[in-house]
Ligand binder design. Structure first.
Ligand code: PLP
Length: 344
């Protein structure tokens, strides 16, 4: 008798344990994530969140301008829940156009002011998750072979010996390249900024879709110079490739990588869970092991040792509100298409 009841109790405990263990994966539903950073970091985030919550994540990596365009195209029937990562300008534009929704996370109290400023500017519809400065990376061997001085400034990229040897992304698809467009306009003034981009066009071999692609091309010697976020060039420098990251001497712009919840998200509660989790120090610490060296927005998150020191750079006072506004972003992109990309 005694042994039978022991067996029954044991069986019950085993079934209960199995049921409990199975609960998170079964009952927590799903989340559709549009991810704007490098694939490796996107995967690290979605896997860690799934593991922690049992919520199944369907993740797609795209460039920031593409995600914005997708949200706009899907606005009458939203498919995405959370847009995580990518430069802040298109997040701000989406906020202004009502493509994303308000949220206030309990984690806000732990964030740097620059992250909260995005949130305030967007009426709570987007928030800063990391920061990084714009610059370029050059292939040291290629520059040496050309016999030209090592480029240190934006002006150096106009050297005729760099003809067809500079790569940068297309600002329509890429948040990085829009950041460049807005940076030169703010740094040089609109007329001189466009003159600069037209002159640079002579040296550009191709406008890539993704913003970070030119860093890889420069690290492989497929191009002499790649205009990218500096941390994207650091990725290849730290692994020993012949690429040198540069913070341009005239000064440069920077991004506030952002996160927004899609308006009309089908999995709104899960989007909020992801949002809160993504602002924690533990989640923000997942960037560095995935070779992403931005500065995290949570004050308590570790800053990767490899992160470029923004405090030592000459940074412009980037006007995120203006250059993230719908009218200004649309205007500058149309002007760039007409006056720069259309050039032979
Ligand atoms: N890669 C990294 C590491 C970034 O920080 C960012 C911008 O947030 C991007 C890529 C942006 O990608 P894209 O220019 O393709 O929109």
């Amino acid at each position: 008798m005694q042994s039978k009841s022991w067996l029954k109790a044991g069986l019950f405990a085993a079934i209960a344990t199995a049921a409990f263990a199975a609960t998170p994966a079964r009952a927590q539903g799903s989340l559709v994530m549009y991810c704007g950073v490098q694939e490796e970091w996107c995967r690290a985030m979605s896997t860690a969140f799934e593991k922690e919550t049992g919520i199944k994540v369907a993740m797609t990596r795209k460039s920031a301008g593409e995600i914005y365009a997708q949200l706009k195209a899907e606005s009458s029937n939203p498919r995405g829940d959370i847009w995580w990562g990518g430069t802040g300008d298109p997040h701000l534009q989406a906020a202004e156009e009502g493509l994303t929704t308000e949220y206030e996370s309990p984690a806000n109290k732990d964030l740097n002011d620059w992250a909260l400023n995005q949130w305030k500017a967007a009426n709570k519809r987007t928030i800063g998750i990391y920061a990084g400065a714009l610059g370029f990376g050059y292939n040291t061997e290629q520059i040496k072979a050309k016999g030209i001085p090592e480029p240190k400034c934006w002006a150096d990229l106009l050297n005729a010996k760099l003809k067809d040897d500079v790569q940068v992304a297309d600002p329509n698809s890429s948040g990085t390249a829009y950041n460049l467009l807005a940076t030169v306009v703010q740094l040089m003034g609109e007329e001189k900024g466009f003159d600069y981009l037209k002159a640079l066009h002579k040296n550009v071999s191709q406008y890539t879709k993704s913003g970070a692609a030119p860093a890889k091309a420069a690290s492989l010697g497929e191009t002499a110079v790649g205009i990218v976020f500096i941390h994207d060039a650091v990725v290849f420098a730290v692994q020993g490739d012949p690429i040198k990251p540069v913070a341009p001497c005239e000064g440069t712009g920077y991004e506030i990588g952002s996160m927004s919840i899609v308006k009309g998200a089908r999995n709104l509660d899960n989007a909020k869970k992801f949002y809160d989790w993504a602002l924690t120090p533990a989640a923000q610490a997942l960037g560095a092991p995935a070779k992403s060296y931005q500065v995290p927005s949570n004050k308590n998150a570790p800053v990767p040792a490899q992160a470029p020191k923004m405090s030592e750079m000459k940074l412009i006072n980037y006007d995120f509100v203006k250059y993230g506004s719908s009218a200004e972003r649309n205007r500058l992109l149309a002007k760039w298409d007409k006056e720069v990309k259309a050039l032979p």
